[in-house]
Design a protein around this ligand. Structure first.
Ligand code: SF4
Length: 77
């Protein structure tokens, strides 16, 4: 079975660029205040959501493994 990811957007950091929606249509959505949120709090591990997290200009997106809580993104420095 593949990994399951918990996806969070730090709304205090998100600047509403919409890039995550472009990278992962269906994975994220902007609300009326142009703040991003994950379409669902959990998702199957997938390249598009990872690309969205990597592409966010302000690193507002965090991905952790459900269960263990191990951080998938951002990578540890
Ligand atoms: S890419 Fe980052 S800053 Fe842009 S809308 Fe998504 S979470 Fe917000």
């Amino acid at each position: 079975m593949g990994d399951r990811w918990a996806v969070e957007v730090d709304r205090g950091v998100c600047i509403g660029s919409g890039m995550c929606v472009n990278h992962a249509p269906g994975g994220f959505a902007l609300d009326s205040a142009r703040q991003s949120h994950p379409a669902a709090p959990e998702t199957d591990a997938n390249e598009k959501v990872l690309a969205a997290a990597e592409g966010c200009p302000v690193e507002a997106i965090t991905i952790t493994l459900t269960g263990s809580g191990e951080v998938v993104f951002p990578p540890e420095e």
